[in-house]
Write a protein that binds this ligand. Structure first.
Ligand code: ZN
Ligand code: ZN
Length: 332
């Protein structure tokens, strides 16, 4: 009989139902392996199609002009942006209803010129350049005082919402604190006022002394299966040192993060047969508001279970694999 434990995420207060039974066979998951395919004739992210992808905002090139081949990482505006940099800050109210312009930034980071090359297949130096592009774009966007927060996310595989197979991530900058970050900041602020300490620093210390949920711990970057993982093999990467904002990460930290990301994704690929995944980078508010209480962290969320009425209706996730078991598998 599988017993279930209701766990509370220490940061958000989110409740997750974790099955404590033996490790489920992968056959029980909704596995849709990510396939590497030949480039379709119309992939706008491939090298040689720079005009289709859009005018570059940033690129890593060994010299040469912009908007032509010869890059290894390239950032362009999203062709179908959710948010645009033109707009008014003011909110509009009509009785109960409040709205505002879709003001912000929505950019695409093309992580490689080669079509069938997932992010974690890149060598560590190339992967570092993708993270350099994330950091550089945040540093630039924070100069626009209208923006309060930035999230970077990645859809890897169709089951994770990717529309294009070519490896890319997306950056969104908001004129407010986006809700998932606000939830984390509230929990972090609560912990800070109660204990005087950063909850992420405390989490790092507790996980390192416990050890059961640690996947990898090298060069200052910790990879853990979070205590209240929402899905099987959910993984968080974060700095062991107090590090509120990603734009302040050093080159050495980004290099260690690139190595950790490549290693952990390879382990997840092995354990779950190349699953679709979402990656999300949460970083502290641009104005430094969360600097005492928060750490940037990168969440890896394999998409091997489907949301049901339980998740949509109650907000309680059911996870059939305990994070302790997931960490054991990923360490092996
Ligand atoms: Zn392509
Ligand atoms: Zn900290």
């Amino acid at each position: 009989m599988v017993t279930t434990e209701l766990r509370t995420d220490p940061i958000t207060g989110r409740i997750v139902a974790i099955d404590l039974g033996p490790f489920k066979r992968k056959d029980d998951f909704a596995l849709e392996p990510v396939r590497l395919e030949d480039p379709p004739a119309h992939c706008p992210l491939c090298e040689g199609r720079e005009a289709d992808a859009g005018a570059e905002i940033l690129a890593w090139r060994e010299g040469g002009p912009a908007n032509v081949p010869g890059w290894s990482v390239r950032v362009v505006p999203n062709r179908h942006p959710m948010l645009r940099i033109e707009g008014q800050m003011e909110t509009r109210s009509a009785g109960l209803f409040e709205s505002r312009d879709g003001l912000g930034a929505h950019e695409v980071i093309i992580e490689t010129p080669i079509h069938d090359q997932p992010l974690h297949a890149l060598d560590v130096d190339h992967l570092w350049r993708a993270l350099w592009a994330w950091r550089t774009r945040i540093q630039d966007l924070k100069r626009d005082s209208r923006f309060s927060s930035v999230a970077i996310f990645k859809n890897h595989g169709r089951a994770a919402g990717a529309r294009l197979d070519h490896a890319h991530s997306q950056l969104t900058a908001y004129p407010m604190i986006y809700p998932a970050l606000a939830e984390k900041l509230r929990g972090a602020a609560r912990h800070l006022s109660k204990s005087g300490k950063c909850i992420f620093c405390d989490l790092v210390a507790q996980e390192r002394s416990d050890g059961r949920r640690i996947i990898r711990d090298h060069d200052g970057i910790l990879a853990i299966a979070p205590f209240a993982s929402r899905v099987p093999f959910e993984t968080w990467l974060m700095s062991r040192n107090h590090s509120p904002r990603f734009e302040d990460a050093t080159d050495a930290t980004l290099h260690a993060l690139a190595a950790a990301l490549k290693d952990v994704m390879a382990r997840i690929d092995w354990a779950l047969e190349r699953p679709a995944c979402n990656l999300v980078l949460h970083t502290g508010p641009l104005d430094g508001e969360g600097d005492a209480a928060f750490h940037w962290h990168l969440e890896i969320v394999p998409r091997v279970t489907r949301f049901s009425g339980l998740e949509w209706g109650s907000g309680v996730h059911r996870n059939p694999v305990s994070p302790e078991q997931a960490a054991t598998v990923l360490r092996s």
